[in-house]
Write a protein that binds this ligand. Structure first.
Ligand code: NAP
Length: 269
């Protein structure tokens, strides 16, 4: 391996932004070795088939369900230099109707399991005296609380707060671990469709149900309009965060949606 090559673990990588990031990093001139973690064992074969199309030998597919403690132990043996916390779920629906157990599930994956894996990896960095990097996928939805996606938005806002505090702690302690946060806008990976579909039909109060359903339909059509078909713009930012030697914290794209989010914060916060 050359000077700059790293061992990088990406979670939730069977599809979407995680998979595309793995391919881009594997193609990098820096010759990284990628551990692409998929959520379930049934995803191993199709993921390997997709990788074959790129003729890449430096992506290794492994199985990690980030909510399973026995899976987190697998990370110890990998000796990674960089973790990309990409795995997440999206629970849709009004906070009025959603069962708290659903919101808890959303936090379990996006927040607590991500924190647990991050802690495991940080421990291994400290033990091996490595200046590793932790890159975490948040979202512009963590800055703009989206109605009917309040559960998901809250998990991403919590990640922003937690990673900000963690980064400051590490700076004060002079622990050389770099903390990076990615805040993507809307990309057409299927993630948002699944999340908005899960919001449908939750309201069974006759006087509210039709208004509720039409708002969800409207939100879905706005998302369809704004979603970018290709993930390139955010994947480039993730690669930059992974390979960066400086301590820059937040990476966002696409620019137009970032501008919209900034205007929102200026006007409504
Ligand atoms: N697409 C967007 O517009 C957008 C915008 C902002 C932020 N993001 C963030 O970008 C990241 C990637 O999303 P994406 O759009 O590429 O969607 P995606 O392809 O659905 O990626 C999410 C991945 O997380 C996996 N996952 C779910 N629960 C898991 C668990 N317990 N353990 C391990 N993996 C688990 C999913 O596996 P299964 O499919 O098997 O459940 C899936 O592979 C997410 O963090 C998302 O919040 C996306």
């Amino acid at each position: 391996m050359g000077d700059y090559s790293m061992k990088i673990l990406i979670t939730g990588g069977s599809s979407g932004i995680g998979f595309d990031t793995a391919v881009r990093l594997a193609l990098s001139k820096n010759k990284h070795h990628i551990y692409l973690a998929v959520h379930k064992s049934v995803q191993v074969r199709p993921t390997k088939e997709k990788i074959k199309m790129y003729n890449l030998s430096n992506i290794e597919v492994i199985v990690i369900d980030i909510t399973k403690s026995e899976d987190l132990l697998k990370v110890k043996d990998l000796d990674i230099d960089c973790l990309v916390n990409n795995a997440a779920i999206g629970v849709g629906g009004s906070l009025l109707h959603l069962d708290v157990s659903e919101i808890r599930k959303n936090f379990e994956v996006n927040f607590f399991a991500t924190l647990e894996l991050t802690k495991e990896v940080m421990k291994s960095f400290v033990n091996s005296k490595k200046s590793g990097t932790i890159v975490t996928m948040s979202s512009l939805a963590g800055l703009i609380p989206i109605p009917f996606l309040g559960s998901y938005s809250s998990t991403k806002a919590a990640l922003l707060t937690m990673m900000t505090a963690l980064r400051r702690e590490l700076l004060l302690l002079k622990v050389p671990i770099k903390i990076k946060l990615i805040e993507p806008g809307l990309y057409k990976t299927g993630f948002n469709d699944v999340m908005l579909d899960s919001a449908k039909g939750l309201c069974n109060l006759s006087d509210l149900a039709s208004r509720y359903d039409s708002i969800i339909e409207f939100e879905q059509s706005v998302f369809n309009l704004l979603e970018l078909t290709y993930t390139d713009s955010i994947v480039k930012k993730i690669v930059k965060a992974v390979e960066s030697k400086n301590n820059h914290f937040i990476y966002r794209n696409p620019l137009l949606q970032v501008f919209g989010a900034k205007m929102y914060m200026l006007l409504f916060k």
